[in-house]
Design a protein around this ligand. Structure first.
Ligand code: FAD
Length: 304
């Protein structure tokens, strides 16, 4: 099959790009590897979404649902449980699905594959590598979508937005958040999250500090916090360590299409795959704008 535009990833960015491209007359294939569209929004049960785009304060799940409903009205071909495993120089892509492996061709490809969380492996931390260490996004998915109970006493290393949102979520669930540890002299993330999640829930914060040792045989029992100014250390007991160490655009699929920092001229990036955005409204607006620009480029062809 041949499409004007292949969109890889059906989160906020992919859905917005698909809707805009279809409205402009392009034939679109939207491929999403998960069971349904929505991306990380599916696990964001808290409010704080849509303030700019919808002028309403809604949850991430509601934001995703509005786009899922809008997309259903368009003539967009949607494949879920469809993992794009390669994108080739000759403008074809290989997609693995439950019913087999397909090759599709396209004029343009928009990658909307989101971002990855930096893991604990990116830090130099000693210890026995016990279970009970999660990235904030993993923990959010396990708790909000899969209803796992990950422990009672948590330490959070790093202070990105996702970590702050999770600190509040754990407090709401009645858990103890013993400390949020940040190596800089102020917390990261947005001011709103700092106020609504950390200050409002009295989460203890250690600035200029890091975790340099994780204790536990089999499962985490404590972490050692090192105060970077003084060199002093402190042991904090916990049964789970959550990391919020930052996000990196996920461009793994495009690695072989990069030549000296430039990509082929039919390949575009949107949403968190383009750059990490703090708020979803900015993701949507950037994706819509990109789709419009691509359609401008091909207007004659698309309307022919
Ligand atoms: C914990 C947390 C809290 C947040 N809080 C807020 C908030 O309060 N307010 C706000 O406005 N924003 C918030 N955001 C930010 C916002 O949710 C995100 O920036 C936005 O949803 C990202 O959309 P995206 O489409 O770029 O990426 P994603 O949602 O990550 O979508 C990427 C999609 O691509 C798919 N994919 C990846 N690789 C492939 C492949 N090879 N083949 C097929 N599919 C693939 C993935 O399965 C996924 O569905 C929060 C985000 C998080 C994680």
């Amino acid at each position: 099959m041949k499409y004007d535009i292949l969109i890889v990833g059906g989160g906020a960015a992919g859905m917005a790009a698909a809707i805009k491209s279809s409205e402009r007359g392009a034939s679109v294939l939207l491929a999403e590897r998960d069971l349904e569209l929505g991306g990380v929004l599916k696990q964001c049960i808290h409010n704080g979404f849509g303030l700019t785009y919808f002028h309403e304060d809604i949850s991430g799940t509601e934001y995703a649902d509005r786009f899922r409903r809008a997309i259903a009205d368009k003539s967009i071909e949607i494949m879920t449980e469809a993992n794009v495993v390669s994108i080739c120089e000759n403008r074809t892509a290989v997609i693995a699905t439950k019913s087999g492996i397909f090759e599709v061709s396209f004029d343009f490809c928009i990658m909307a594959t989101g971002c990855r969380e930096k893991s604990i492996g990116s830090e130099l931390i000693g210890g026995t590598r016990p279970a009970g260490v999660y990235t904030a996004g993993e923990a959010q998915k396990m708790i909000n979508l899969n209803h796992y109970d990950l422990g009672d006493n948590f330490v959070i290393l790093g202070s990105g937005n996702v970590g702050q949102v999770m600190a509040r979520r754990l407090k709401i669930l009645g858990k103890n958040v013993a400390a949020m540890i940040e190596q800089n002299n102020s917390l990261g993330g947005m001011t709103k999250n700092r106020q609504d999640c950390i200050e409002a829930y009295n989460i203890p914060v250690r600035l200029n500090s890091t975790v340099d040792m994780i204790y536990g045989e089999g499962h985490v029992t404590a972490v050692r916090v090192k105060h970077l100014d003084s060199g002093d250390t402190e042991i904090i007991k916990c049964d789970a360590l959550i990391t919020a160490l930052g996000l990196i655009p996920d461009r793994v699929l495009a690695e072989e299409l990069e030549i000296n920092g430039n990509y082929l001229d039919w390949l575009y990036f949107c949403g968190n795959c383009e750059s990490v955005h703090d708020i979803v409204d900015a993701v949507t607006i950037q994706a819509e704008r990109l789709a419009s620009e691509i359609c401008d480029l091909t207007e004659d062809k698309l309307n022919a």
